[in-house]
Structure formats: C-alpha cells, structure tokens
Design a protein around this ligand. Sequence first.
Ligand SMILES: Cc1ncc(COP(=O)(O)O)c(C=O)c1O
Length: 396
Amino acid sequence: MQVAFYGHVRQYNNIKAEIDANIQEVILSGNYVMGPMLKKFEGELAAYHGTKYAVGVGNGTDAIWLSLMALGIGPGDEVITNANTFFATAEAIWIAGATAVLVDCAPDTKCLCPIATAAAITPKTKAIIPVHLYGQCADMVAFRKLADKHKLRLIEDNAQAIGAAGPSFRIGQLSDVATTSFIIQKNLGTFGDAGALVTNNEAVDKEVRRLRNHGSTARNVHSYGFNSRLDDIHAGILSAKLKHIDQWNDQRRQWAERYTAGLKDCRVIDLPTALPGYRHVFHLYVVETKKPELRDQLVSFLVKAGIDAKTHYSIAIHKQAGYPWGKDARTVGSLANAEANAACCVSLPMFPELTAAEVDFVIAKVQEWDAMNAPVHGSGKPGVARGGCCKGGSCK
Ligand SMILES: Cc1ncc(COP(=O)(O)O)c(C=O)c1O
C-alpha cells in the first residue's frame, strides 16, 4: 500500500462540482482581480471567524508583514515569536524591517511559551506573534494579559489552525489580527498561493486594503504600497471549500484519535498533546522519537514501506542560513524545547480524505518500527523533546 502525505486531488474530486461552478462564475463574470468573488469570500471568512473584517492577500507571509506594517511596526522594533515554526513567521518580521526575537515553546504542545516570552520583553518590543502550531491554539489568554501589561500588539499566526479554538476563546477574538495561509497544503487551501487576515480593527482593515493594492484608495489615487491581492479564482475555490472546513477538521480529529489509540503503547515515540478543552484541528500529526538519532531512521523506514512521512520543522529558525539576517535577530533564554522538537519530529500522513485502511497501515508500520527499536531505545519516560520545561504555558 502507498500512503500519500496530502490528499488534494481526492478532495477536489469530492467537491469538484462546487469548485468548478465557482471558477466558471468568476471566468464568466469578467472580473478576476478585486472582483465580486473576492468580496463575497472576504465576507464569508469574517463571518466564519466572527470578526468585523477579513482581507484577502497574496499569501500567508504577506498577511503577517502587512499586518505588522499596518500596525506601524518596523525598523528599530522587536517582535517575539517561536523559534520552532515555519520559517515564514520570522521572515515576515524581517520583511517588515523589524527584529525577530525567538523564544522557546512548551515541551508538550510546542506552542509559544508565555513565560519565555515575558522574559524576552524589552522597551523595544512592539508585538508578539504566537503561532498556532500544528493546528492547536497557543495560550491566547496568557498572551492577551502579557500584551495588555506591556502595551504590545498581538498577531496570531493562524496559517495552520483555521477552525481551531481555545477553551474560552476563538481565533481573532483576543488579538489585534489573525493571519492565515491558503497555500494548498493548509487545512483550507487553494490550488496555488493565497492568504488573508481577520481583524476587528477598522484601521488595520483599511490600511491593509490600501497597502495590498499599490497604496490605492480610489482609481488613479496612490501612495506607497505593494501588489499582494487574492485573485478571484482562488477566492471562488476557497469559498467553495470554506463550507466544508468544519467537517474536514472533524475528520482530521478522528484520524488523530485513531493514530493516538493505535500508537499509545509505543515505547520509542511520544505522541502529540491535545490540551483538554482545546479544539486541535491537526494540520499535522507530529510524533517525536525519544532520541534525535532515531528521527531519520523512522522517516526512512516509513518511506521505504510506501508511507510519505515528513518532518516539520527539522531546523529551528535560529539555525537557518544567514541568521541573524542583517537585522540583529536574536534568541532569548534556553531554546531546549524548540531544538529538541526540531531534532525529533516526524509527521505522519494527515488529511481528511485518508481511509481507515491507510491510517491502520501507518499505525501498523510505526508499531513494527517501534517493536524493533524498543529493546534498545524504549522507555516509558518522555523522550528528549518532552524533557524540558518552560515553567509556564501548558507545562505549569
Ligand atoms: C506557521 C506558518 N506561518 C506562515 C506561513 C506562510 O504562508 P505562505 O506560504 O502562504 O506564505 C506558513 C505556511 O506556509 C506557516 O505554516
């Protein structure tokens, strides 16, 4: 059996008529950029989040730096975020001209640690960007308190968690802005690049609308700006898909439950932590090998068995080329949790259109690898990626 990592074509085939109808509607409308389909999708996205505004942009990276710029954050300012995230979070801070300050995550959820974040705040700090990593929300209540105390802006990087929620909060409710990516592999993805932000802040909505369209507020009226628009064809695809996102996320959660039940007795890996009360939408199902030297062994064992396993993200941000990228990016405190996560992470196939037989095949192969390695490496104790402590967040 072959098990793919993504199911884009299966998903398209399941709702082909709805997607094709929207694409046709756009083509026949004669409006392809900043047209009625984009307006409709922005309305639907704002309604989905319960925010006043949603603005479509070119991609998830642009959504972050356009938000920073709209909030007046740039050169000379510091922005705190995860040392363990997709590179784009730090890159967006760099594009905005600000200094990325990278801090540790909690050892269980891998989301940004509020205590480590508090320790990194200086008079230059202007914003915090918690990433809802792998599909689970960061502790937004703690970050809201921190932002209020130090008068900081809060931007949720929600590229991986559309449809997730915390026990007492929704995404977009406790922050200035929540940004997202619609690149194809995301829980809500189009056939190419796109992104958006949602906000309740009218000034941010207005400014990003201006910045994304050559600084224009009316035809032929321009100031400085960029070209970062969400095309109407992509908006149409996303509008069709948005109607299914909750059901798709439910299906991801069911596959995650099945993985967790099937792998709970493994002795050489730790399983992902879904916090009680949180709606984790499992953009990724990431296990961690107990020891770093086992990560690549597990990936290659699965790949040889026909299972497309990957790593997210095997190099921490501060270990990437060119760091500190001419903008004095820096780290604060121990990054032991983030580094151990990078060293031990293995992502198993996760998409709604998986079949039970495929999930069970993955479980069987991981169990087989685990049984082979347990006599030498097995332990009931947490592995190195669970060994640290942030003394806060979810590991209080
Ligand atoms: C956490 C995170 N932030 C930002 C991005 C950037 O999004 P995009 O690739 O659409 O620019 C991504 C995904 O690609 C991501 O996973």
